[in-house]
Design a protein around this ligand. Structure first.
Ligand code: MN
Length: 350
């Protein structure tokens, strides 16, 4: 079954993590301006992004016990965007509707507030957990046009964060939508945890992304076999590859080593198992597991930098959110800073 169209790939890129401290707004604006230039945002959109970063940073400093901004460029084909995530372990927002109303700045002084961030961004989302924190997401898309609403940006996304003290991350993800010879679409997704951390783990992660990108296979076990070949000269990794068939609402996953995967519902978590081994070095007999992907549920793959004891009931409303928000909230709430952490999420349009 030949692949005729490998459209809409997406990969983990560099994520700029900025921890909340006194200089957060200025540092955030400086990094955002650099990303806006590289992504090709117009001057007006770059200014809008700077305003959003300022407000998000001020919110974190005033209200959060612990918080961070994450900024990155996301590209799908010829479309690029700058994405802003603001994550915190603060009290949460009791009344999001009120917080989003014009003029109700949570920062008190700027007078722009969350409502302004929502108005400025091409895409905006917020997910709050009372007593535990808030995840805010805003996307600023470069010309030829904004990509708001349904489209590749809403189908899959992920997030990585390096272990404390490192800038390079050994955890990575990649995803793409393909069509088979009859034009039927499916989504392929990879989660990779390079052994250890630091530059050598990041090198294994790079090799896994390259092998995933260049593999012509469309079956998880065959793609994983290609990744194994691509990782031979690296220190190796735990890798899982999944295929989502939207029409059949079916997921199949083939994984080697310690990554986690599940179909996540509002109150359910259906695990998909990996087998022990090290991709690139100690390649076991592969096994592929399948599960249904019911409407309203999402596929989640994550590294062992997230505590596997998280429960769906701890995240009310999360499965209704965009994949970028699901990934970010899970990483922030269940991730450890003592290891690289990575999450990737696939949502099938209902
Ligand atoms: Mn790890």
């Amino acid at each position: 079954m030949g692949t005729v169209n490998a459209a809409t790939p997406a990969e983990a890129g560099e994520v700029l993590w900025l921890l909340a401290d006194q200089g957060l707004a200025a540092a955030g604006r400086r990094e955002a301006a650099g990303l806006a230039r590289r992504a090709g945002l117009t001057d007006n959109r770059s200014a809008d992004l700077a305003l959003a970063v300022t407000e998000a940073a001020t919110n974190l400093q005033k209200h959060a016990d612990d918080g961070a901004l994450a900024l990155r460029i996301t590209a799908f084909g010829d479309r690029a965007a700058v994405e802003l995530l603001a994550l915190d372990s603060g009290p949460g927002i009791a009344d999001i509707g009120a917080a989003l109303r014009d003029g109700s700045s949570t920062a008190g002084t700027l007078g722009v507030g969350l409502g302004a961030i929502r108005r400025l961004a091409d895409e905006f989302a917020i997910h709050t957990l009372p007593g535990r924190g808030t995840c805010l997401y805003a996307r600023f898309t470069a010309p030829p046009g904004d990509a708001a609403g349904p489209g590749p940006f809403s189908q899959f996304s992920g997030l990585t964060r390096p272990i404390g003290g490192e800038t390079q991350c050994g955890d990575t993800w990649a995803a793409r939508e393909e069509r088979d010879a009859r034009g039927v679409p499916h989504v392929l997704v990879m989660m990779c945890d390079g052994l250890g951390h630091g530059p050598l783990a990041a090198r294994a992660a790079d090799a896994a992304r390259t092998a995933f990108r260049t593999s012509r296979a469309s079956d998880p076990a065959a793609i994983l076999t290609d990744i194994h070949a691509g990782l031979r000269s690296t220190r190796g990794a735990a890798v899982a590859v999944a295929r989502v068939d939207p029409a059949a609402r079916q997921v199949s996953l083939c994984g080697v080593g310690n990554t986690a995967a599940c179909v996540l519902g509002a109150e359910s978590r259906q695990p998909l198992m990996s087998v022990p081994g090290i991709v690139g070095h100690n390649f076991p007999r592969l096994q592929t597991f399948s599960a249904a992907l019911p409407p309203g549920q999402v596929l989640v793959l994550h590294s062992d930098g997230l505590n596997s004891r998280w429960q769906p009931a701890q995240f009310p409303g999360l499965t209704a959110q965009a994949p970028a928000v699901v990934a970010a909230q899970l990483l922030w709430q269940a991730g450890t800073r003592r290891d690289d952490a990575g999450v990737v999420v696939v949502r099938v349009p209902s």
